[in-house]
Design a protein around this ligand. Structure first.
Ligand code: XMP
Length: 304
């Protein structure tokens, strides 16, 4: 485990030396990693230009919640980019291409903000597992050092790049960030897009968003490291007297220390049945709900 106080001092110095008197965009997703990066940047260089991009791939009520939690940041810019992300994702079915499209769109959004604020640097909350998974070709994380050939910044500053999630949480607590942030359940940068197999459409997004909300509510008392629902395909079901071809929703709830490995949680049958009943009840297009019992490895936590 990193020495938290020493880390905070070193990271603060590193950020001020890297950025100096220049302007910086601080990429904020609302998660613990980017919040810690933003808080360190705040210590080092002041508020600068915090930017939150609403990709349209966020969870239910998430953008409003982020506006509220970060209302102390007077210059927080909320970029309404939902249409641009959905347009860019139209017809994209390959998981790596999806991540690439999302990563590139993020950079475009930040570049536009940078132009408007004369910012030359981008501060973001990439953590160590993001880098090893990208470098090891497991999957490319969009927030890893920017994407080659598409970045128009003088420098990208990643103050928590060598930390694991549990270390980031320890730093968040030491920085006195609210517990809704320091203990927040991890949510991937590409958002619900990696919880939808195949093309991202408005219909699938609505199913995934509503189902994730149900899962998070129902499993909270079991304190998973991460819990969510994913739209994984279509199957036959029966609604009333009719056969329907509806969505298959997979429920995942895992225990983990750092996300590198994970164990599927042994949830009570009653909880699983309540989740099933709420998800099929709230959305007519869902034909089936399944529970994912696979650990990581061999599965990953997310679906794409
Ligand atoms: P996987 O699916 O790789 O997930 O087992 C491990 C942890 O990382 C999160 N994750 C991501 N986070 N960008 C992120 O910021 C990504 O592209 C990404 N992919 C996965 C995942 O939610 C889990 O906590």
């Amino acid at each position: 485990m990193v020495d938290v106080e020493e880390f905070i001092d070193e990271a603060t110095t590193e950020i001020s030396e890297a950025i100096g008197d220049a302007n910086a965009i601080i990429a904020l997703s609302g998660g613990v990693d980017s919040s810690v990066a933003a808080a360190l940047a705040y210590r080092a260089i002041g508020e600068h230009h915090p930017v939150y991009v609403d990709t349209g791939l966020m969870r239910k009520g998430e953008t409003d919640q982020i506006r509220e939690t970060f209302s102390f940041m007077e210059s927080l810019e909320v970029v309404e980019a939902q249409d641009r992300f959905l347009d860019a994702l139209a017809g994209v079915t390959d998981p790596e291409e999806k991540r690439h499209v999302i990563g590139e769109q993020f950079i475009r959004e930040f570049e536009r903000e940078a132009k408007e604020t004369d910012a030359e640097y981008l501060v973001q909350g990439t953590i160590y597992p993001d880098r090893i998974e990208s470098e090891g070709n497991i999957k490319s994380h969009h927030n890893v050092g920017g994407l080659p050939g598409v970045v128009d910044f003088d420098g990208i500053v990643e103050p928590v790049r060598d930390l694991y999630k549990d270390e980031v949480r320890a730093v968040a607590r030491a920085l006195d960030l609210e517990s809704v942030i320091s203990e927040r359940m991890p949510f991937p940068g590409p958002g619900l897009a990696v919880r939808i197999i195949g093309e991202v459409t408005e219909e699938k997004l609505e199913v995934a968003r509503d189902a994730c909300h149900v899962v998070e509510e129902e499993v909270a008392e079991h304190e998973p490291w991460q819990a969510f629902a994913a739209v994984i395909g279509k199957a036959t079901g029966v609604k009333g007297d009719n056969r329907v071809h509806g969505w298959v929703v997979s429920v995942r709830s895992v225990e983990s220390r750092d996300g590198m490995t994970a164990r599927a949680q042994n949830l009570p049958w009653e909880t699983l049945q309540r989740i099933q009943s709420r998800i099929t009840g709230q959305n007519d297009n869902v034909a089936r709900v399944v529970y994912d019992v696979t650990h990581k490895p061999p599965a990953t936590i997310e679906y794409e």
